[in-house]
Design a protein around this ligand. Structure first.
Ligand SMILES: C[S@@+](CC[C@H](N)C(=O)[O-])C[C@H]1O[C@@H](n2cnc3c(N)ncnc32)[C@H](O)[C@@H]1O
Length: 404
């Protein structure tokens, strides 16, 4: 899941051959073409070069690099908005012409566009990420920067990317991600409804949406409940809630090594000695049968394009289906499975409700009850988002499942 082999970038600088270790969180290949840019480079020049596929190695003031990145972002947004407007008016014209007085056909035509909209939006995001990631920085061993007004980057970069005692090249965007994550990790994210803060690490799903936490607090525990699993634990939040609800033993798993380190730190901070961690694909090994198995899986069936996306996207719903298929054999008698799942994929026509119910049945699980909540996060209220219709209808559910 995470790239482990080191790659190197080679480039020419003032007639000298240079090379450095290549760091890319989104697993992008080392840049083939690099030009030096600095405070004299205009945003328009930089944008044109980046769109053409040239990487820009920043050699000016550190804070000006941040401003250049903002200027590039504005240019991408302007271009995307124009193309969005063109597509919308074309689609409206086509629908109006095809279905002049047939409203049923009009809504069918709109419905057909939804999965396309999702894929188009992902493509636009990928293109945006490629362009913005072309603004590069060189760091000396130990992640120190020679640039004017550069802050101390060592602690944030070491926490995000690990120890490195050689020069590296990375995108300014990844560096900003590491600096932002260091702040979250220091301050913590307060969890609404609970008297606790969670400290997310770089590259680990941060529980900034809290609605589903309430579902986990509201669901009645099975009658006999000593052992629970939290599958895909991320920061460890759900395991912590289960431990606080009185479970004697909680085993949390995740595939992501960064999640392991993060959850371990959160458990230690809270002094939880009854929560264990295993790096595992889905279920823990050598574990007792569980009275309760909780999972909040990635909720959109699509291919992740970077390690950061493994928390959100699940290609062909492989994790969701694997979880459902394996759950029954890990359950103790009268045990329950609590699956926390948003129905956004259904509104985006990437999965149907019948498919989901079919997977429950094929796994020998029956629905005991379901608790629902509506997300209140910013994107569900943003009517300028092309996916607003789907996002504003989203419901997140806790499905309580039992062996049929
Ligand atoms: C939506 S996040 C949920 C994190 C956490 N449980 C929470 O609710 O805040 C999904 C998590 O599943 C993990 N994951 C994805 N595939 C997995 C697999 N096959 N086995 C274990 N964990 C997996 C991801 O690394 C991520 O941490």
């Amino acid at each position: 899941m995470l790239a482990t082999e080191k790659q190197y970038v080679h480039w020419q600088q003032n007639q000298n051959s240079r090379s450095a270790c290549w760091l890319s969180e989104s697993n992008q290949l080392p840049p083939a073409r690099i030009v030096l840019v600095d405070d004299k480079t205009t945003a328009d020049q930089a944008y044109r070069l980046a769109c053409e596929g040239t990487s820009l190695l920043w050699n000016g003031d550190f804070h000006n690099a941040r401003q250049l990145l903002q200027a590039l972002t504005r240019r991408i947004e302007r271009t995307n908005k124009r193309s969005e407007q063109r597509k919308t008016s074309k689609a409206k014209a086509a629908t109006a012409a095809d279905n002049a007085d047939d409203t049923t056909n009009q809504s069918l035509a709109t419905a057909k566009q939804i999965p396309n909209l999702f894929h188009q939006q992902r493509q636009a995001q990928a293109q945006r990420s490629r362009i913005l990631s072309r603004l590069l920085l060189e760091l000396a061993p130990g992640y120190s920067s020679q640039l004017r007004r550069a802050p101390d980057l060592t602690a944030a970069c070491t926490a995000a990317f690990g120890e490195l005692d050689e020069p590296c090249l990375l995108s300014f965007r990844d560096l900003q991600g590491a600096l932002g994550a260091a702040q979250w990790r220091a301050k913590g994210v307060p969890i609404k409804g609970l008297d606790l803060s969670i400290f997310p690490h770089y590259g680990v799903f941060a529980p900034t949406r809290h609605e589903y936490v309430q579902l986990l607090l509201d669901a009645p525990l099975p009658a006999s409940c000593n052992v629970a699993f939290d599958i895909g634990s991320g920061t460890g939040l759900l395991a912590i809630i289960l431990a606080q609800r009185g479970l004697k033993q909680v085993i949390a798993t995740d595939l992501n090594p960064r999640a392991m380190a993060c959850a371990s730190e959160n458990f230690t901070r809270l002094g939880l000695s009854n929560v264990q961690l295993q790096q595992a694909d889905l279920f823990p090994t050598a574990a007792p049968l569980a009275n309760l198995i909780v999972c909040n899986p990635p909720w959109l069936p699509a291919k992740p394009s970077s390690p950061l996306e493994y928390a959100v996207y699940d290609a062909n719903s492989a994790m969701l289906r694997g979880f459902l298929q394996g759950a029954k054999q890990h359950l103790a008698a009268q045990g329950e499975v609590w699956l926390i799942l948003s129905d956004l994929a259904e509104h985006l026509q990437l999965r149907t409700r019948d498919e989901l119910l079919g997977w429950f049945a094929a796994a020998g699980l029956a629905v005991k009850y379901r608790l629902d909540t509506r997300p209140k996060h910013g994107r569900s209220q943003d009517d300028t988002d092309p996916l607003f219709a789907a996002r504003s209808s989203e419901v997140t559910s806790l499905w309580c499942l039992q062996p049929a």
